[in-house]
Design a protein around this ligand. Structure first.
Ligand code: DG2
Length: 248
């Protein structure tokens, strides 16, 4: 048996403004910093002691991990980072206002772009101010893997090699693993863990800053489907808020 904790970063400044973010490297809001610290306290209070952390290459996830670890007095933990845990690349929607996009394109198109499994938003042009093409942190990424847009299916495809090659070996070694990542990269991981089908995953939303604990069997399947939020009441409300984003 092993323990996996999933933590979506605290609220970012663009979450607060209601903008599509994707691979744009925005910071945490003050509220997000507090959510991250609270996430660390929840781990401490629940007696969950991670041995290793995996994050994306984006500062909202990296800072969330650091703030949570600081609160839990675990600053010394090894941290591994990968672009494969990055948020879904939101294509041409990056930087756009969610409510305005919904008003302009209608509810159905908005939800298709936001939550359909296999329809990506239009690609982002390389010369767009919110493009990551040419960003030094992705220099090792083979050019053909650099996304210009992604649907959730694409995220599952690029995240799973990291799950099998980097996270599972830590779990197999008996380490408690904390994954600090993003709404959609974690939806991709939960889809895999819980065996959620391509349609049902549209209804799954992950709140910011609340640790989601999975006890795993020896074959890395969850002992309890859906895991367990360390603050279930707060999670319920925050999940509703994520679901309703884009509604004025
Ligand atoms: C949000 C998710 O990602 O947005 O890219 O806008 O978790 O990194 O803040 P995160 C974004 P939705 O898919 O929930 O609209």
């Amino acid at each position: 048996m092993s323990t996996l904790v999933l933590l979506r970063h605290g609220e970012s400044v663009w979450n607060a403004e209601g903008l599509f973010t994707g691979w744009v490297d925005v910071n945490l809001s003050e509220k997000g910093e507090e959510e991250a610290r609270k996430g660390g306290r929840l781990l401490l209070d629940a007696g969950v002691r991670p041995d290793v952390v995996h994050t994306s290459l984006l500062k909202r996830a990296i800072r969330t991990a650091n703030l949570a670890l600081d609160e839990a007095d675990l600053n010394w933990l090894p941290i591994r980072r990968s672009w494969r845990l990055n948020e879904r690349h939101y294509g041409a929607l990056q930087g756009k206002d969610k409510a305005q996009t919904r008003a302009e394109f209608g509810d159905e198109q908005f939800m298709t772009w936001r939550r359909s499994y296999d329809t990506p938003p239009p690609p982002l042009a390389d010369d767009n101010e919110f493009s990551q093409v040419g960003d030094r942190r992705y220099a090792d990424l083979p050019p053909e893997l650099m996304p210009r847009t992604e649907c959730l299916a694409d995220v599952v495809d690029r995240m799973l090699p990291y799950w099998y090659d980097s996270i599972v070996p830590d779990l197999a070694a008996g380490r408690t693993v904390l994954v600090a990542a993003h709404g959609n990269s974690l939806r991709a991981l939960v889809k895999h863990l819980d065996g959620i089908d391509d349609d049902t995953i549209a209804g799954l939303n992950i709140p910011t800053g609340i640790p989601l604990l999975y006890e795993l069997n020896d074959d890395f399947t969850p002992r309890k489907t859906g895991g367990e939020y360390l603050d279930p009441e707060a999670a319920k409300q925050a999940i509703e808020a994520v679901k309703n984003q884009g509604k004025k």
